[in-house]
Design a protein around this ligand. Structure first.
Ligand code: SF4
Length: 413
């Protein structure tokens, strides 16, 4: 739809109001500040329907109907309700990538999530399928905290310290395809928040076991790495060091690298990293009998105080299985907590921290972006395709396949 068009326009049988009140908005143009090494910041050309357009729901419905089996819409648990309503399947990032791969008949996969998720879906789907991200500015700040060049420098530091042969990289799913490829090239594995312990056991097992002298380089979420190593594998906090990519040598001496068992990348989730000990203590004071459940991307001291820790899928399952009348405070993304509260009204479900808001990049995917994406597909135009470089995709898939081959695979997908 050309910018500045006015009057009415018909698509998929829906009459679209393009009068000045509902005139399309220009998409956020990021081309000027583009950073091709960033998860985000690439150009997003086109026009969006106005958020005030009362026909948005009807337009999305009509476009989806017109596309039929040719489109498969994936909705991450942290997406807004208005987007989730149009998802063919909801889940965490790994489940969604698997679901996409299981639908070879759909040439277009619309991924309502963030950039690294769409990359993983592109890697796992067939070559003739195209993964589309409705807004290219939907990146992940955690994934952006580990760039390929930084991680290569880190490996050089490990070589210099003489410990590269003892170190296996384990990278969280929430990382760019380039970091997954680094992991595959260096004989490591990907993990999710629900199989991180299995992945660490496997990695340590390759270098003498958890009690041996091997090391894991854990990317990019220091909190998931620390929580898993200390709380689940029994390593001590002193076994962990934090590699800061913004300091020479990661801010560590070769001796510190040699002594460490877990080399944690200095990255974190901008949402989960903000939950505090104070919020847990306040909830316990104010809500008698409350159960605190948090995601393992939360800080170690917050996890220590929680009653339950679980991945997104595990939080949903735990809360869903609790008896009526249970009181919860939940430390994960707000959209999901609100959805849990409306899905289980017989329980009392509250958000853990009043100073934490939605994941801002996840929330970039909204109904106008989804409508724009679907209507463009109806018109034969594929917008915002996510295509991973074949060499990067190859090595990233090596690391993803290693995750699938983990012994006693435990991720709940
Ligand atoms: S919730 Fe955290 S890890 Fe997930 S996309 Fe947002 S910033 Fe990234």
């Amino acid at each position: 739809m050309p910018a500045g068009a006015s009057g009415r326009h018909t698509l998929c049988g829906v009459s679209i109001d393009t009068s000045p009140r509902n005139a399309p908005l220009p998409l956020l143009v990021l081309g000027q500040g583009r950073d091709l090494h960033s998860e985000r910041g690439v150009e997003c050309p086109g026009d969006l329907p106005a958020p005030s357009d009362p026909d948005l729901v009807a337009r999305a419905r009509a476009a989806k109907e017109a596309l039929g089996d040719r489109v498969f819409v994936l909705g991450h648990h942290y997406q807004r309700d208005e987007v989730i309503e149009f998802a063919d399947v909801t889940g965490d990032s790994f489940k969604l990538a698997q679901q996409a791969a299981a639908r070879p008949q759909a040439p277009w996969i619309v991924f309502c999530g963030v950039h690294f998720m769409a990359e993983s879906a592109d890697i796992l789907t067939h070559d003739d399928q195209t993964v589309v991200l409705p807004d290219l500015a939907a990146g992940c700040s955690m994934a952006d905290m580990a760039t390929s060049a930084q991680v290569d420098d880190c490996w050089d530091d490990l070589v210099e310290a003489g410990v590269d042969g003892l170190t296996i990289p384990v990278s969280y799913m929430n990382s760019s395809a380039a970091i997954k490829a680094f992991t595959g090239r260096h004989g490591g594995t990907i993990c999710t928040s629900s199989n991180a312990a299995t992945a660490l056991e496997w990695a340590f097992g390759r270098t003498g076991g958890v009690g041996g002298s091997g090391k894991v380089l854990f990317l990019p979420d220091q909190h998931l790495g620390r929580n898993t190593a200390v709380r689940e594998l029994g390593l001590s906090l002193d076994d962990c060091v934090v590699y800061d990519p913004h300091r020479p040598g990661g801010g560590l001496t070769p001796e510190q690298l040699r002594a460490a068992r877990m080399i944690l990348w200095r990255g974190h989730c901008s949402v989960h990293g903000r939950f505090t000990v104070d919020a847990v203590q306040t909830a316990r004071r104010e809500i008698p009998g409350v159960k605190v459940i948090v995601h393992p991307e939360c800080r170690y001291e917050v996890c220590e105080l929680a009653d339950e820790i679980g991945s997104t899928e595990q939080i949903i399952a735990k809360v869903g299985a609790a008896p009526a009348g249970t009181s919860w405070v939940v430390g994960t993304e707000l959209n999901l907590v609100k959805r849990l509260a409306s899905k289980f009204p017989e329980q009392s479900i509250a958000f853990l921290e009043k100073n934490v808001c939605y994941c801002s990049t996840m929330n970039r995917i909204d109904l106008p972006h989804l409508v724009w994406t679907l209507e463009s597909l109806v018109e034969g135009q594929v917008v915002n395709p996510i295509r991973v470089d074949p060499e990067v995709a190859h090595w990233a898939k090596v690391a993803l396949d290693q995750m699938l081959a983990l012994p006693g695979r435990t991720h709940k997908v």
